[in-house]
Design a protein around this ligand. Structure first.
Ligand code: MN
Length: 514
């Protein structure tokens, strides 16, 4: 990647004066990195320019692209943040600082678990950087992607270490923000280094299988295209091939028998509206026999990272099994680009939508975890201690979606209890919660919610909150709100240190008395 190539790539997307800034950022970074070399022996500047190039591919705003060009200057050269702020403005400096902090936080960490508390200070840095602006994660992902693409120049031990981290930390991070294409790219590269033999074996196996089925699939595709046309549904059909890494994971589930995997190749039908998605589903089910257990409606119940599509697997008259994925252009864009899809080159405003201090309510449900993360970051900033188990639940666990009776979607960590939902909707609703109905039936306070549940909170006029509720909430958010309510109601006496010791002793001396 050279200066003129990057500028040519950027040219159609950004305004004239911002392009001049890009040019001067390139010159600045080139000068700062001069003399430094990558492991391949090429000049170091190739790396930041390639990262910026990836960010343009992803359609990111110009501040992010500038930060991509500058992302290694503060860490690896004598450039300072103040200088960058001076030359390129506060926003760009803020992003560069965030990326630098994430790198520092990461130093010496191997997997998700080690991001956690034994290195509390690093973790806070990471959270604060990421929590304040999600563009920091996006730059980090571009950085990681380019490093993976050029990993062949590293020593084997390094290759394995970096690949494992990509698989355990960065791919899940990409998935969490819905960047499906990047997740797959990272997984494929990482897997090819971690288990090269298995990677090649599966690649060959896949090639053989696809050779056989592509022609047959062509017939199905023509058939479907014709029916869609007859019904007057405008649609685009294309094939999608399963990634090697996801095949590898699936093979374990089917005891290594590739014949039991029905979605090696799927047909993707992209239409203009949600209504059309269901019309197409109906149409497919009239021409082919659906496998009932494999119909999935991720439109009414999106996957926790926001992914939406209808999936169905059908059996054709010639006994071929074909998977279809049906979605709108918008859903397709989100499935591929995720959070990055909310940034559109020059639209400065949209990038601000995902920056600090937006309440949960203003974020789409699949991004509510970002504001939860910001909340935790804020508390860590004030020096508060948050136990490891809590952070695990809030940040790195799986997520579920639940609905309010009105159909509003809420995003919670897996294992969340009804009170977590109540407090997420509103702290007053939490305070006055008397009982819960889930999918129309009474639901106990201690029974976890599940993905897709419709949750109704039954309230009473008087506050219901009690101390025992502290063990009936899982999220930091709910616990936090509840605790301050209990304090206000005088139900959570703030014990003095001395009193605490006395009480502690008393309980220890009478272990059998409860
Ligand atoms: Mn870098």
């Amino acid at each position: 990647m050279k200066k003129h190539e990057l500028l040519a790539h950027a040219k159609p997307h950004y305004e004239e004066d911002r392009l001049l800034e890009l040019e001067s950022a390139i010159d600045y970074a080139t000068e700062k990195h001069s003399g430094q070399k990558r492991k391949s022996g090429e000049p170091y500047i190739i790396h930041p320019l390639s990262v910026a190039d990836i960010l343009i591919d992803w359609g990111m705003d110009i501040d992010t692209v500038l930060a991509g060009v500058l992302h290694d200057t503060v860490e690896d050269t004598e450039a300072t943040l103040a200088e960058i702020e001076n030359l390129f403005g506060r926003d760009v400096a803020f992003l560069v600082d965030g990326v630098t902090k994430v790198s520092q936080a990461r130093a010496g960490m191997r997997d998700l678990a080690s991001y956690l508390p034994q290195t509390k200070d690093n973790l806070s840095k990471l959270l604060i950087a990421v929590g304040q602006d999600v563009r920091v994660i996006i730059i980090k992902l571009a950085d990681r992607l380019h490093n993976m693409q050029t990993l062949q120049h590293m020593k084997p031990e390094k290759q394995v270490k970096i690949s494992r981290e990509s698989l355990e930390v960065f791919a899940p991070m990409a998935d969490r923000i819905g960047m499906g294409r990047v997740r797959v790219q990272l997984e494929e590269l990482a897997f090819s280094y971690l288990d090269p033999k298995e990677y090649r074996r599966l690649e060959n196996l896949m090639r053989q299988r696809l050779g056989k089925s592509t022609r047959k699939l062509g017939i199905v595709r023509t058939e479907v295209e014709k029916s869609l046309k007859d019904q007057g549904i405008k649609a685009e059909i294309n094939g999608r091939v399963k990634s090697i890494y996801s095949l590898h994971r699936k093979m374990k589930k089917v005891d290594g028998n590739i014949d039991d995997i029905y979605d090696l190749m799927a047909l993707r039908i992209i239409v203009e509206s949600k209504e059309d998605c269901y019309r197409v589903l109906g149409l497919l089910h009239t021409i082919y026999q659906p496998m009932i257990a494999r119909i999935k409606d991720y439109i009414s119940i999106p996957k926790p990272n926001g992914y939406q599509s209808l999936h169905t697997t059908v059996i054709t008259p010639s006994k071929q099994i074909v998977e279809f994925q049906i979605r709108t252009y918008e859903m397709h864009e989100f499935a591929e680009r995720g959070l990055a899809a909310s940034f559109h080159y020059n639209e400065q405003k949209s990038s601000k939508d995902y920056t600090k201090h937006k309440g949960s309510a203003t974020l789409p449900s699949h991004l509510q975890w970002i504001s939860q993360l910001q909340e935790i970051a804020d508390r860590l900033t004030t020096g508060e201690e948050i136990p490891q188990e809590q952070l695990n639940i809030d940040l790195f666990g799986n997520r579920i979606f639940v609905y309010s009776p009105k159909g509003d979607l809420y995003n919670l960590p897996e294992g969340a209890l009804p009170l977590d939902f109540a407090y997420l909707v509103h702290s007053d609703i939490g305070l006055h919660a008397y009982g819960f109905k889930v999918n129309g039936s009474i639901h106990a306070f201690d029974k976890p919610l599940e993905n897709g549940d419709v949750v109704e909170v039954i309230t009473r006029k008087l506050p219901q909150a009690k101390r025992t509720w502290l063990s009936l909430t899982k999220t930091t958010h709910a616990r936090n709100k509840l605790r301050s309510q209990l304090k206000r109601l005088g139900m959570l006496e703030s014990m003095t240190h001395a009193a605490a010791i006395i009480r502690d002793k008393a309980t220890r001396q009478k272990p059998n008395q409860k």
